[in-house]
Design a protein around this ligand. Structure first.
Ligand SMILES: [Zn+2]
Ligand SMILES: [Zn+2]
Length: 152
């Protein structure tokens, strides 16, 4: 390790740890009374995450995030943002749902539940994928395969 790196580790790293500790304390005790404007969030320069975020002006904590529904385009915020994960896709199938939304897209509750507003119905049809219908024979086979996988 170079002398410069040693210097960095001796001086900067402990200061970073202390900063993070005190920042968390400040954020946990803050009432977040004044919030910033909505600003676009980037994961790298010029690469938007597709979200807008609002921070507390005093402690910098992110308080709200919002984005648009991929189907109907309505603004959705915080816990109203529904994501369709790979796990959910598996679960939906097991529960007998007939369609799958693009995985990791963001959806409003209505579109997520398969009830898009009238104006977005054709878009909903475009982006969803019907699960292939399984015959009783197929279902038996799937069960047999998955049970052998689980017993290993
Ligand atoms: Zn705050
Ligand atoms: Zn929607």
């Amino acid at each position: 390790m170079s002398e410069a790196k040693k210097l960095y580790e001796r001086i900067v790293l402990p200061a970073k740890d202390q900063f993070n500790e005190e920042l968390v304390k400040m954020q946990n005790s803050c009432s977040h009374a004044k919030l910033s404007e909505w600003i676009d969030e980037y994961w790298a320069p010029a690469h938007s995450t597709g979200y807008e975020v609002q921070h507390c002006n005093r402690c910098d904590k992110e308080i709200h995030r919002r984005t648009s529904c991929m189907v109907c385009g309505s603004k959705i915020q915080d816990e109203k943002i529904k994501q369709f994960t790979v796990e959910m896709c598996k679960k939906a199938r097991a529960e007998g749902r007939t369609i799958s939304l693009p995985v990791n897209g963001t959806y409003c509750i209505d579109c997520f539940n398969g009830n898009p507003p009238a104006k977005a119905r054709s878009r909903f049809k475009q982006i969803t994928t019907p699960f292939p219908k399984l015959s009783a024979e197929d279902l038996k086979r799937v069960k047999r395969i998955s049970s052998t996988l689980h017993t290993k």
